[in-house]
Design a protein around this ligand. Structure first.
Ligand code: SAM
Length: 361
């Protein structure tokens, strides 16, 4: 059936009282016709807040290499082009951020983050501080905490934005704010966000939703450590979740082994994914450790899956002890808000669940 056929069918169905809200029949490859979601939101070019929206009175006073993230935050904090609007009244408050965003927590609590999350936090802290220093140097009356608030508004609400004239921009500068579309929460399998070059964005339902059911988009294939630091939440059943093994692997490697791994570009950032298992870096490190036990094995490929699995389970048991101890101390802790402790406890319990699943497999 062609599109005319579908249109005629829709008119006929409508005359019989059939109502379709937010969905329509569509040709779906080999599966013939199926029902897909309609456009549920359109954001035209003129509603996009991006580099082009920033006046030279702001940008010319800042270093030319300041990332767009820092520039957008400066514009929002200084000029309030959107902040006096009804959009602003809907945004999270400072106290929402203080409860959820680890960079705003007491430092003693940040140290309870899993190592992977803590590394992401350190990079984020450095990036924020560099941009904050540039902006407050150029605009000394701007309060640091006000700038930090808007920096996180940008951090938690931007979309990837790439027009044909932005090819040479660094990926960091290909972003924009979309007031309205930024109200979608994240799920690993959400509605589709499409950018039509020089025209605007459309968001399309990915499946049929029940009336009143929340529609989400996906912020990307992120593990929970990333979601926690960048957005202030984790999701319970996250298919992209993985756990870091650095704190149990690195102490087992002597300097020669570390050198061998560094040569291959495999020193550190060891991950284990609940479904996919150890990443290639982890396998290479396990092979190095195995060589202490099986000195004749020459490459990671010579270490059998079974031997790798036995050592992996030992490493996971060690990580379990770390998780147990963190949870014990967290439950007794008197610093910070309950929301901070809840988020940390939730994350360590997710780590425990991934470990238990593997050990019992
Ligand atoms: C782009 S905004 C989404 C709209 C936001 N909920 C609001 O009230 O404006 C992103 C923020 O929403 C929250 N969020 C998004 N998805 C979430 C989820 N699946 N679970 C918990 N919080 C979520 C987090 O605070 C995140 O930083």
């Amino acid at each position: 059936m062609n599109d005319n056929g579908i249109q005629n069918f829709l008119l006929w169905a409508k005359s019989r009282g059939v109502r379709m809200n937010g969905i329509k029949p569509t040709h779906i490859d080999a599966r013939g016709i199926g029902i897909t979601g309609q456009k549920i939101m359109e954001i035209p070019e003129k509603a996009i807040y991006s580099l082009r929206s920033i006046p030279t009175s702001i940008s010319s006073r800042l270093p030319s290499d300041i990332p767009l993230h820092g520039l957008l935050a400066a514009d929002l904090a200084l000029r309030s082009p959107l902040t006096d609007s009804p959009w602003m009244k809907l945004l999270p408050t400072q106290s929402n951020f203080t409860a959820s965003i680890p960079l705003m927590w007491p430092e003693e609590l940040q140290e309870f983050l899993p190592r992977v999350a803590y590394s992401i936090l350190k990079r984020q802290k450095n990036k924020f501080q560099r941009e904050c220093d540039s902006v407050t140097k150029a605009f000394p009356s701007l309060d640091q905490s006000k700038y930090k608030y808007f920096w996180f508004i940008v951090n938690t609400r931007t979309f990837l934005y790439e027009t044909s004239d932005m090819e040479n921009y660094s990926w960091e500068d290909k972003l924009c704010l979309l007031p309205g579309a930024d109200l979608f929460n994240h799920s690993d399998d959400g509605c589709t966000v499409t950018w039509w070059d020089n025209d605007g964005y459309t968001i399309t339902a990915n499946r049929t939703y029940h009336a009143g059911e929340e529609l989400c988009i996906s912020y990307g294939q992120h593990a929970n450590d990333f979601l926690l630091v960048e957005y202030g939440f984790t999701i319970p059943q996250n298919p992209w979740d993985e756990i870091g093994l650095d704190e149990v692997i690195l102490p087992k490697l002597d300097s020669a082994q570390q050198g061998a791994l560094a040569e291959k570009g495999y020193l550190g950032e060891y991950k284990f994914h609940a479904e996919r298992g150890p990443c290639i870096r982890t396998r290479a490190a396990i092979a190095e450790i195995q060589r202490q036990v099986y000195p004749n094995a020459e490459s990671e490929y010579q270490v059998s899956d079974t031997k790798c699995d036995i050592l992996l389970k030992d490493l996971l048991r060690e990580l379990m002890k770390v998780a147990n101890e963190k949870l014990r101390r967290l439950r007794e802790l008197q610093i910070g808000e309950k929301a901070h402790q809840d988020l940390l406890i939730e994350r360590w319990e997710q780590i425990q669940q991934i470990i238990v699943k593997k050990i019992n497999a």
